[in-house]
Design a protein around this ligand. Structure first.
Ligand code: HMG
Ligand code: MG
Length: 301
């Protein structure tokens, strides 16, 4: 097997995680979450999103978070930006990088950002041009790569096509996202292979929601191909408000436990991470969905 020796975890709990929570958390709790994750060793973190507060009210305080969070050198603080207005927020908030996003499902893209796939790529042109001019690097996400909440068939060639367009626009990484968490490992391998045929393997990342409990199995399939960039969310928080039925992202604790057991370094302290999973879950008033956070509770917390 072609396993990488290191994995870079991109922690999405403060954005993908909290964007879908019914309970609105105070800004101070979100900031403490980010600072705890960084203290646990996370070096790439999505701190929030500059989207319409009418669409996603949970992210309305992203500017305050970016202004107030203590920054650690060597850590990349990222925000999701859907358009130029979002990009301006990212610049004002001194984001180290931004996330742009499209999808392999037309129906999802319409629901999520109110435009077609082709229009979304056009809409990102000025964002990309400005980011290049300002020296802000950007990552891009392709949603619904393994299935659509609206029942369409998603051919791997469509995922590859959208990925290639985003890569050609200059994204340093294309994050292949199973938005509704339905994929299984062989399918994951097939889709990632189609993407790897058109862009370099080291530009491919994976983003699995864990709706059907397949997140770590699908990450294993990606690792076996040599992919070393993984998105995950502390406590398994997450979901997309525009993907009916989708639950949280694969939990960072579950991924770190698996990587530790396989001797793959990701630089994250599992004990501090599990404590952080319980910290945020206590604020949300329920236990983490992560098996590892639950298994280690008595031992560590
Ligand atoms: P629209 O209604 O078509 O946009 O929404 P518009 O340009 O007509 O603007 C409408 C209003 O929104 C205006 O305000 C704008 O100023 C405002 P009004 O005049 O009505 O008061 N507006 C904004 N406000 C703040 N920040 C902005 C912004 N842009 C416009 N950036 C829009 C289009 C893209 C804005 C909207 O659809 C939107 O915000 N969508 C975001 C949806 C979202 O955040 N989804 C979740 C993130 S994606 C995800 O989770 C998937 C991922 O995790 C991977 C995976 O798992 O698949 C990445
Ligand atoms: Mg997501």
């Amino acid at each position: 097997m072609n396993y990488p020796s290191n994995v870079r975890i991109f922690e999405v709990g403060a954005r993908d995680g909290l964007q879908n929570e019914k309970k609105m958390l105070p800004t101070s709790v979100k900031i403490e979450l980010i600072e705890r994750l960084v203290d646990a060793g996370v070096t790439a973190i999505e701190a929030g999103s500059f989207v319409s507060p009418k669409w996603v009210p949970q992210m309305a305080d992203t500017a305050d978070i970016m202004e107030q969070v203590a920054r650690k050198s060597g850590v990349s603080y990222s925000v999701l930006t859907p358009n130029m207005k979002g990009y301006q927020g990212a610049v004002a908030g001194k984001a180290d990088e931004i996330l742009i996003f499209s999808a392999a499902s037309e129906a999802f893209n319409q629901k999520n950002i109110n435009c077609s796939i082709a229009e979304s790529l056009e809409r990102f042109e000025p964002v990309v041009a400005a980011a290049k001019k300002d020296g802000i690097r950007f990552k891009a996400s392709v949603s619904c790569a393994l299935g659509s909440p609206f029942g369409e068939e998603i051919p791997p060639s469509t995922v590859a096509d959208v990925s290639k367009k985003l890569y050609d626009m200059g994204a340093y990484e294309i994050s292949i996202a199973d938005t509704i968490g339905v994929g299984t490992p062989k399918q994951t391998n097939k889709v990632l292979q189609a993407v790897a045929d058109v862009i370099p393997l080291d530009a491919i990342g994976v983003h699995f929601h864990d709706t059907y409990g397949q997140g770590t199995a699908n990450i294993l399939a990606a690792l076996q191909m040599g992919i070393s960039k993984v998105d995950s969310s502390v406590a398994g928080l997450g979901g997309c408000p525009y993907a009916p039925g989708a639950t949280g992202n694969v939990a960072t604790e579950d991924v770190v436990y698996m990587l530790n057991g396989m001797g793959i370094d990701c630089g994250i302290d599992l004990e501090k991470l599990v404590k952080t999973a319980w910290f945020i879950s206590d604020h949300l008033g329920r236990p983490p969905v992560s098996s590892v956070a639950k298994a280690l509770k008595g031992k560590l917390v």
